[in-house]
Write a new protein. Structure first.
Lengths: 136, 477, 477
């Protein structure tokens, strides 16, 4: 962030991966974390969000091991899951993060849950809803 | 002259006036009145709503609102039968249409001009029963249209920054000339006057600056931090406060004065109204109320504890796989003694003999530790069953699915499947309260931007079909 | 210097109570000193029509209404009657002899926090006092048949009765809606409670908030996610009672409107704390209905909007908000002035280009981790000052003493020291219901139990000295 100074909350591993140590769990933290890219374990000490000292390769198994909340590569490819970063709070088993097109809801009835084309409209409504007929 | 307060009277069965047996708590003082239950089911039957009249039949409300605070205020009036006309920016609509949890759920179309986009679920719940038109308030033509609408309306709700509508020539000062009977409700963050008047506000800023945030959350000593209320509380509840005041103003207008009025509601002001004993305590003693987690500062036992086992360990939904939590309420001496026997620690009732001893901070820490130790190998349902048998009040902490599928809320119409004319089969909340003669009701969830342009502009503003097309093409509407 | 309400006190304690206000209330001249004439025009107009100092020059919306608040042991009914009382109704609180049990509540059982009235020297807890505003107090024992006869006579004199007794109890006693509406067909009768007076989960005696908070899904959804080491969290206050009480007031005023407009009759209103909150649980139900989603806890971040969160900062916790693009870039511009690397990383990341793509959890982790690189070196005041230059809504989480001293709130009377004839000077949160013609107002804070017994019974029922002696001896009043 500021030249060569270590950033407290974003741990840039020597392998290049940026590990995000999210504010709530890591604000006052003394322990270890693991790079999501290469698996290197660092000893980390953060107080009030600021580094007490630079993260260094961990020499022992002392202290809680807390994974980063998220990590991405130098060219912004996300690294998630697989025990590399902490799980996201999920509302469903299958996680999306982008609009999930559906025409039937959780009890199997028609719902206007997917993008429409102009020819599918009757006024401001989807024809398949107006007619109650599942679209092909 | 100080007189001694007479002791609270109890009748022969040891019940005090609240109907609750305080003496030994062994008796379960519920009342058996099945005839009354039948009467209630009939009187408040959600299926019978549409056969009954509406309080605000013939009342018209303009909703020039965004986000949640303003829109919800108008929506509560719509539930009572008012004709509510929501006015949004052409094409784009209002910002809340673009907000949805996790970027996942949208209902389509956003409008007939942009059918490939949808309205986010954040918009749902704040705009029930409304007609939707679009209008660009900046344009000179908009002023004339607003005057026509205001002349025929009873209530105007807006939550733009203070002075914005005044600058555009459609604020209270201008509209009251057009219609002196207009009730003009402005809702916003900090109000339109005073040192903070220029501050923009969102719901959680209202929570944070009003004080509710600082008294909610797990205590510092347990590694917690101040916590927001899940819901857009300052906004949605603020809308209720505004709507209640608007209804009172309507009552006054129609039965006393014949006059409209301006109403100002500041959302952060609402939050600080809710702080219970916090302000008096600070004012008198300099003590600052702090967060106390899931326990209660004034009652013990009256707290939420963790039950160590998940109720649905093999569910594929991570929310269901979490361990359970339950509220236990046993603050009267007899109830507390029974609770101690249930958890196999009868001696605790002697250690914490009176409520004054139990409710101290250090006592609470000990008691809840013992309770969580007892519950650590049980599901919340198992704990509930053990407590039910001992007639101890409790309430499991239910997730959205457990609430949505519970027959109690369904039978009462608090949550129901709605056949929405635009969007299809959607699960929705019902109105917050019930009335026997004129029940509030939800007719439809919402509509796309500008869905009712032709109907409303023709009926209320006298525009011809061609004029409407022209204004739409120019994005005036 | 914060002093907590737990048992940890600083060494040395506090000498005397700190004066309020610690800093003087700003004057109008100070507030608008450097404001240009044109910019001053609208706030000056607003102050001229809604400033609370003029409230007593103006009529009251509900001055024709008389209310009996017969609720005990629960906040929801008192909250509802407060709203009506602040809007001008004559509200008489009917308490059991000895007083409403809520009077005895005080944080951690500390009697020194209670206040004594000047007439009888009876202590009352600050929680109860804060919600007794504008109300009279009479005592009546409804467990006695004679008490119920008195209530029946009183019912002929009032417009509204609110009760929260065990479901079916008043009906069994012959003073339920069915019976009283025959005596007074214009009566609006409201039952309030936690979960309902009918249905599989109807209220059990003694239930109080947070039963409703846990039952409706609010607790499950509030607090830090399990992934952050958190647990479901209740509100620090009896929030569901406040919401439910507001919906009860809304229903009651709606019933009064309908009575005058159309029917000439009262009706039965039912409002519960749980359903009040279910109504405003954002998008929980529609989301669940669409694809089975169970809303997860998300701490102080928001599932539906980024940036819209509270995060730790140098001297506490800081709210920053800005959902759409323009504000997103302005926030990062502010951050970039001090932490250029953070702004660069955000701007360069192609995954953060669109508003909706910023919503998933991974993107929010990155957003707030980098935002905290800046927040850790900025106090709440510094962060707000820098962000307001970019018109970004932000503000710190304020503790109670900061709320009490905030100049904007003092200027508007949002926090005020009320000089009560019976209870002396008490710091309170005032009503947010400001209006040009029918504002809310605070007349007095509270009464000892039964303070107005003789006055009210004499003027409403014509009771004589003999009647009082007899009824007192029988323990009826």
């Amino acid at each position: 962030m500021r030249g060569d100074e270590a950033d407290a909350m974003m741990l840039r591993c020597k392998c290049g991966v940026k590990n995000y140590l999210d504010p709530y769990p890591f604000w006052n933290f003394k322990g270890r974390t693991r790079c999501a890219g290469c698996g290197a374990v660092y000893a980390v000490e953060i107080a009030a969000g600021a580094p007490v000292k630079e993260p260094t390769p961990a020499t022992s198994e002392q202290g809680e091991l807390l994974l980063p909340g998220f990590a991405d590569t130098p060219d912004w490819k996300p690294i998630v899951g697989g025990g590399k970063t902490r799980a996201a709070p999920q509302a469903r088993a299958d996680v999306y993060g982008r609009p999930k097109p559906i025409v039937k809801n959780s009890r199997g009835r028609l719902v206007a849950g997917r993008p429409l084309k102009p020819e599918e409209l009757v006024g401001s409504r989807a024809r398949y809803i107006v007619e109650g007929k599942e679209p092909k | 002259m100080a007189t001694k307060r007479p002791a609270r009277k109890r009748n022969a069965r040891g019940n005090d006036a609240s109907g609750r047996n305080q003496a030994n708590g062994r008796e379960w003082p519920a009342v058996s009145n099945p005839d009354f239950e039948r009467y209630c089911r009939t009187t408040f039957d959600p299926a019978a709503k549409f056969g009954k009249p509406e309080v605000l039949k013939g009342v018209r409300v303009l909703s020039c609102t965004q986000y949640i605070l303003g829109p919800s205020c108008a929506a509560y009036l719509g539930e009572l039968g008012a004709e509510v006309i929501k006015i949004e920016a052409p094409r784009r609509g209002e910002p809340m249409r673009h907000s949805t949890p996790g970027n996942e759920g949208f209902l389509y179309p956003l409008s007939r001009w942009v059918p490939q986009s949808g309205t986010g679920l954040g918009f749902f719940g704040a705009n029930f029963n409304e007609s939707f038109i679009s209008m660009d308030f900046h344009r000179p033509e908009a002023r004339e249209l607003m005057y026509k609408l205001a002349a025929k309306s009873d209530i105007m709700v807006e939550n733009f920054r203070p002075g914005t509508f005044d600058r555009w020539g459609i604020g209270y000062r201008q509209l009251r000339e057009v219609n002196p009977r207009l009730i003009y409700v402005w809702l916003g963050g900090f109000g339109g006057w005073g040192p903070g008047r220029v501050r923009a506000s969102y719901d959680i800023l209202g929570q944070a600056q009003g004080g509710a945030f600082s008294i909610t959350g797990q205590p510092e000593e347990q590694g917690g931090s101040p916590s927001k209320h899940t819901i857009w509380l300052a906004d949605y509840w603020g809308g209720m406060m505004g709507a209640t005041h608007a209804l009172a103003a309507l009552y006054w207008r129609d039965n006393v004065s014949g006059q409209g009025t301006f109403i100002e509601y500041s959302q952060v002001h609402g939050v600080s109204r809710q702080l219970e004993y916090a302000l008096p305590l600070y004012g008198r003693h300099g003590i600052i109320r702090e967060r106390w987690g899931n326990w209660d500062t004034q009652l013990c036992v009256h707290g939420i504890i963790r039950c160590g086992k998940s109720s649905y360990p093999s569910s594929d939904n991570p929310q269901e796989r979490e361990e359970g939590y339950i509220l236990i309420s046993a603050y009267a001496d007899g109830d507390f003694a029974r609770l101690c026997r249930v958890i196999g620690k009868a001696e605790l009732a002697r250690v914490y003999k009176s409520h004054d001893v139990r409710v101290k901070a250090e006592s609470q820490r000990e008691i809840y530790k013992v309770l969580e130790e007892w519950a650590k190998d049980k599901t919340k349902e198992q704990v509930a069953q053990l407590l039910e048998r001992a007639a101890i009040l409790h309430q499991p902490v239910w997730n959205a699915k457990e609430v949505a599928s519970h027959p109690h809320w369904r039978e009462r119409g608090a949550i129901f499947w709605m056949d929405d004319p635009t969007y299809g089969d959607v699960l929705s909340q019902g109105p917050a309260y019930k009335m026997s003669e004129t029940p509030p009701r939800v007719k439809w969830a919402m509509k796309p931007i500008g869905a009712d342009n032709e109907a409303i502009y023709a009926r209320l503003c006298g525009l011809s079909a061609e004029e409407i097309r022209k204004l739409e093409a120019e994005e005036v509407i | 210097m914060a002093v907590t309400t737990s048992d940890d006190r600083p060494k040395g304690g506090m000498r005397g109570r700190p004066p309020w206000p610690a800093t003087p209330v700003p004057t109008a001249d100070e507030v608008y000193a450097s404001v240009a004439e044109q910019a001053r025009n609208y706030p000056a107009f607003l102050e001229s029509i809604v400033h609370p100092r003029d409230a007593f020059k103006k009529p009251e919306a509900l001055s024709r209404i008389r209310v009996l608040d017969c609720t005990t042991g629960m906040a929801i009914g008192h909250w509802a009657s407060s709203m009506l009382a602040e809007l001008g109704a004559e509200v008489i609180q009917v308490e059991p002899p000895g007083g409403d049990p809520l009077r005895e509540l005080t944080p951690f059982g500390r009697k020194e926090y209670m206040v004594k009235d000047k007439a009888r020297g009876e202590p009352v807890g600050l929680h109860f006092l804060h919600e007794m505003r504008n109300k009279y107090s009479i005592t009546l024992d409804l467990t006695k048949k004679e008490g119920r006869e008195v209530l029946k006579t009183l019912a002929n004199h009032v417009d509204v009765i609110i009760e929260n007794a065990t479901p079916g109890l008043w009906d069994k006693w012959g003073i339920g809606y069915r019976q009283l509406s025959k005596l007074n067909p214009r009566l609006v009768y409201a039952w309030v409670g936690q979960r309902g007076q009918w249905g599989p989960l109807k209220d059990k005696p003694g239930m109080r908030d947070p039963v409703a908070q846990a039952a409706c899904g609010f607790v499950h959804g509030t607090g830090d996610p399990k992934e952050f080491g958190g647990r479901p969290t209740r509100s620090g206050m009896w929030m569901a009672d406040h919401v439910g009480g507001t919906t009860a007031a809304m229903g009651i005023v709606a019933a009064l409107v309908h009575r005058e407009r159309t029917s000439g009759r009262g009706q039965f209103v039912e409002a519960t704390a749980a359903e009040g909150v279910i109504r405003i649980l954002d998008y929980n139900w529609v989301w669940h209905g669409m694809d089975g989603s169970i809303r997860p806890r998300y701490g102080n971040w928001d599932l539906a909007i980024n940036i819209y969160a509270v995060n730790p900062c140098k001297d506490g916790y800081m709210m920053v908000g800005g959902g759409h693009d323009r504000l997103w870039y302005r926030i990062w511009k502010t951050v970039g002035d001090e932490v250029p690397g953070a702004e660069e990383e955000i701007i360069a990341d192609p995954n953060l280009r669109n508003v909706s793509e910023r919503l998933p959890h991974t993107r929010q982790v990155k957003t707030y981790t980098l935002l905290c690189e800046w927040l850790k070196d900025n106090t709440r005041a510094e962060a707000e000052r820098k962000l307001v230059r970019q018109e970004v809504a932000s503000g710190g989480v304020m503790a109670v003493h900061e709320v009490a001293e905030y100049p904007h709130f003092k200027y508007r009377g949002q926090v005020m020291e009320f000089d009560d004839q019976l209870y002396g000077k008490v710091l309170v949160g005032s009503s947010p219901n400001l209006a040009e013609k029918v504002p809310a107002r605070l007349k007095w804070l509270g009464r000892p139990a039964g303070y107005d017994t003789e006055d009210v019974y004499r003027r409403l029922l014509g009771l004589t000295r003999e009647d009082f002696d007899r009824l007192r001896k029988q323990g009826v009043i």
